[in-house]
Design a protein around this ligand. Structure first.
Ligand code: G3I
Length: 574
């Protein structure tokens, strides 16, 4: 009888052991990248238990699991001959003979005792306790008796609980100091590599899969130049004009940006003000200055309803118009061949219409449909003018990237309309990307729900980026600026203008927060975005202070004195 009892106890222990051994204590997997490429040979360690360590492979992948650390879920401390099992929600104990009483305490990760159990003197078999309902995270179980004190980690995930760790002694060794407080979160993983800035990342559960961790070379992480800080993400551009590329703004431009676009100097009025009269000298001076500083150049714009001289449309049949369009595109792109890497071929060809077939502007309340803008291009040639412009551009410079550029892509209906023709362009291999202008406001409009600006959320912008990228298109943020005004009130109400020469702290903070939110999102989508261009360098020179009412604005990263604003610091800090 005695033999049968011993045998069945052994089987019971063995069953517990096997069941427990299959369940991993820790499973943390992830990919380490420098923003663009995987980082190989980085050492990843669990801070509180350095036995969990791995070195990233050529794909930047690492795994911290039982393979690299503790080997099973049942902890046997042979010295104390003490066994603890976790089965479902119940903890089992095997307390050695000679120990009279044991207290079991359940603590939060910060050391607060949630529950105390006393195993008592009269025990038979393995005493057990039922755990209370616990939210996900890390807990500690301490067992103390007159002879021993043992601490175990208890990991609670949404689906399972894991008992792990093999620590005997005081709480300090597992992260809780003598006063029962801990300063860190559940745990951290540490990533190290020579010439890289050591990084510690908080983890909130030991069961984490597919982490994506940014780990940067020291030279990039500590960069003070904006474009260098972003060198593993995307190019950072600025629109410049005929003065700013060479006056006091030039040193900021050259230090912080590695892409440029002419604000007005490559528009049709500037390049061919009258038929056959091509004026390239101003644009060439700007392009050459950019290129000699190692910048990329975006070309803006070949076919637009605005800033196109009247002569282009005068007396023009569709064929005559297309002849002028082809000639302009061919001459202009040939002039800048090999210098301009991406062109906004067509700009702003879509608007919203009301019941009376009029442009609704910001007033989405009266929106009936989205459609092509009723420009002179459209009146003479319909939607064909878009395809004709892209065909001419592809023929003129097959190596240039061709873009359709527009605003308010965060409005689902507008984007759907754009996608309807962009898809056709893509099928004919006529387009490479979309330009999202991103003239934003300091906060999305609240008062007028039908105002387009109410849709300027990070989520909506992220959605537009993902949808365009899913079509196989490059995405450039082409004209980013963030007005300090919301769109809730009319801009000619002078009592609401901000007239102080310098932006006060409250505005600075709010603007910085908004810039940061968008740049955080841009970085998250760096595999889809190749270029983020600001529509200007500093607040002393912004279209928003002229347009539409002369209301002073402060939408850029540098202030009127050419000093970096808090918004600049905010997007450098990640
Ligand atoms: O060149 C003339 C100058 O000779 C004249 O003395 C002066 C008097 O007002 O006007 C000058 O032209 C101005 C031009 O900018 C160059 O400074 C125009 O009036 C003015 O309307 C024009 O504004 C430009 C606007 O496009 C035209 O619609 C802005 O600077 C420019 O920032 C803006 O850029 C557009 C993008 O191309 C497309 N997306 C929207 C973006 C912002 O509106």
């Amino acid at each position: 009888m005695e033999m049968i009892r011993i045998f069945s106890t052994l089987i019971l222990f063995y069953t517990f052991f096997c069941a427990a051994a299959q369940a991993p204590d820790i499973s943390i997997t992830g990919i380490i990248t420098d923003g663009r490429n995987p980082v190989e040979n980085a050492i990843v360690t669990l801070v509180k238990d350095s036995r969990f360590a791995d070195t990233t492979d050529s794909k930047g992948a690492f795994t911290l699991s039982n393979k690299t650390g503790i080997s099973n879920n049942t902890v046997r401390n042979s010295k104390e001959n003490n066994l603890i099992f976790l089965r479902g929600n119940r903890l089992y104990f095997s307390v050695p003979d000679g120990i009279s009483t044991s207290d079991v305490m359940l603590h939060t990760a910060k050391g607060r005792c949630i529950q105390k159990y006393s195993l008592g003197k009269n025990r038979s078999g393995s005493p057990s306790i039922e755990l209370p309902k616990l939210s996900t995270g890390l807990y500690f179980i301490s067992i103390s008796s007159d002879r021993t004190s043992i601490i175990r980690k208890l990991i609670v995930t949404a689906t399972k609980k894991y008992l792990c760790g093999n620590s005997t002694g005081n709480f300090t060794s597992t992260g809780i100091n003598q006063s029962g407080q801990t300063s860190t979160g559940v745990d951290q993983i540490k990533i190290t590599k020579e010439n890289f800035l050591t990084k510690q990342v908080d983890i909130s559960s030991y069961k984490i899969e597919d982490l994506s961790i940014l780990f940067e070379p020291e030279s990039i992480a500590n960069a003070t130049s904006l474009h260098k800080r972003y060198s593993n993400f995307f190019h950072i551009g600025a629109a410049v004009d005929g003065n700013s590329y060479k006056d006091a703004h030039a040193s900021i431009w050259k230090t912080h940006f590695n892409s440029m676009v002419c604000e007005n100097e490559m528009k049709w009025t500037a390049l061919q003000p009258s038929s056959g009269n091509f004026q390239f000298s101003q644009a060439n001076a700007m392009v050459n200055a950019a290129r000699s500083s190692g910048m990329l150049v975006r070309g803006h714009v070949l076919c637009w309803f605005d800033q196109t001289p009247d002569w282009v449309f005068q007396g023009a049949s569709k064929e005559v118009l297309f002849g002028r369009l082809r000639n302009h595109i061919s001459k202009v792109m040939s002039e800048f061949k090999g210098k301009v890497y991406a062109w906004d071929v067509v700009n702003e060809a879509v608007i919203g219409y009301n019941d009376n077939d009029q442009d609704v502007g910001e007033d989405l309340g009266s929106l009936k449909r989205w459609g092509y803008r009723n420009s002179k291009w459209y009146q003479i040639a319909g939607e064909d003018h878009i395809f004709e412009a892209f065909k001419a551009a592809r023929a003129a410079d097959p190596n240039a990237k061709l873009f359709y550029n527009d605003f308010w892509n965060y409005l689902d209906g507008k984007r759907e309309f754009i996608i309807s023709f962009v898809k056709k362009l893509k099928e004919q291999n006529l387009i490479d990307g979309v330009g999202l202008q991103c003239h934003l406001n300091i906060s999305a409009a609240q008062e007028k729900k039908n105002n387009q600006s109410a849709y300027q959320t990070v989520d909506n912008l992220e959605k537009e980026i993902r949808e365009y990228a899913a079509l196989g298109l490059d995405v450039h943020i082409t004209e980013l600026d963030i007005s300090i005004y919301t769109r809730d009130y009319v801009s000619d109400d002078k009592s609401k203008w901000y007239t102080s020469p310098d932006l006060n702290e409250a505005y600075q903070d709010k603007l910085a927060k908004r810039y940061k939110e968008f740049f955080d999102m841009f970085r998250r989508n760096a595999d889809k975005i190749q270029n983020v261009t600001l529509w200007g360098i500093s607040d002393d020179n912004t279209w928003l202070s002229e347009f539409p009412s002369g209301r002073p604005d402060h939408p850029l990263l540098f202030d009127k004195h050419l000093k970096p604003k808090k918004a600049f610091d905010a997007i450098m800090d990640f």
